[in-house]
Design a protein around this ligand. Structure first.
Ligand code: CP
Length: 310
């Protein structure tokens, strides 16, 4: 492992497997009574978030606490970024405060890469624009691996906003490296150009897309990133593309597990019944987020201590 985790595009299948194996060990650790370890005692982790978050921010905080690290959260609105300080100067100041790992979320793709070039701390991408959200995809893989024992050969269908989704990109990069078969389903206006070149199948009909699926993952319609009408109305999108129990029955996909990274728009990309169904693993994904973030912090900070660079 290197000292930073910026995306899954640039890491190998064996590095992904190492993170998942370590996360499985971390899960055993926090499932025990007491939960705490001192693996990262004396280290400081900070989130630096320029966008809102519930799951990612809180699970990094919980992961840091379980590992005995000190944790701090900085948001753009309460930091001196709001007074005009540059993003790089803020990062250099975090270095000067001797912070060991910075988890950054930013609306601009590439911001974590720029930060990593300018700081000594380990940098973890907590979501950058529409580019990547690597720890989300890793927790998705841990959940799939727990359910099916392996990822190679799994049929995974991503339904929803593919074009503006960083979760879609990290899942696609990682799943293809691990040998899964990936299908994406969305209206043409929510599919990036040249989607097939990624090595995924494209299917515009939800019932056809999910037939024989092992995993059905809903992806949020990201209205905050869409600066032009990509469908006439949310109601019309839901009528033709929402994954409902009726669509699942029609496709005979009742055995598939249901995933969603959250936050979910109930009744848009998936119905509330599907999100709450017995096959839904949405909250298991959130718990696995703590294990994955513990593993990532441990592995990166160990690499940094060995002097491994970005
Ligand atoms: N899945 C995810 O990144 O959720 P948050 O935006 O709440 O962190």
């Amino acid at each position: 492992m290197k000292k930073d985790l910026l995306g899954l595009k640039d890491i190998s299948a064996s590095e992904i497997e190492l993170i998942l194996d370590t996360a499985a060990e971390m899960k055993k650790l926090f499932s025990k009574k007491g939960k705490k370890s001192n693996l990262l005692e004396g280290q400081t982790v900070s989130t630096l978030f320029f966008e809102n978050s519930t799951r990612t921010r809180l699970s990094f905080e919980t992961a840091s606490n379980f590992l005995g690290a000190h944790f701090m959260a900085i948001s753009a609105s309460t930091s001196s970024v709001s007074k005009g300080e540059t993003f790089i100067d803020t990062g250099k100041n975090l270095d000067a405060i001797l912070i060991d790992a910075i988890v950054i979320r930013h609306p601009m793709g590439g911001a974590p890469h720029l930060l990593a070039k300018n700081v000594k701390a380990s940098v973890i991408n907590g979501g950058d624009g529409t580019s990547e959200h690597p720890t989300q995809a890793l927790l998705d893989f841990l959940t799939m691996r727990e359910k099916f024992s392996k990822i190679k050969g799994l049929k995974v269908v991503l339904c929803g906003d593919i074009k503006f989704s960083r979760v879609a990109r990290s899942n696609i990069w990682g799943l293809l490296k691990l040998g899964a078969e990936v299908t994406v389903c969305a209206p043409y206006t929510l599919l990036p150009k040249g989607m097939e070149d990624f090595g995924v199948k494209v299917e515009l009909n939800p019932a056809k897309a999910i037939a024989n699926a092992d995993v059905i993952m809903g992806l949020r319609i990201q209205s905050e990133r869409q600066n032009m009408g990509v469908f006439p109305s949310v109601g019309e999108y839901a009528k033709f593309f929402s994954i409902t129990e009726e669509v699942i029955k029609k496709a005979k996909a009742e055995k598939a597990i249901i995933m969603h990274p959250g936050p979910a728009n109930r009744g848009v990309e998936m119905s509330g019944e599907v999100l709450d169904s017995k096959n839904s693993v949405v909250l298991e994904q959130v718990t696995n987020g703590v294990a994955v973030r513990m593993a990532v912090l441990k592995l990166l900070l160990e690499a940094r201590a060995r002097g491994v660079k970005s």
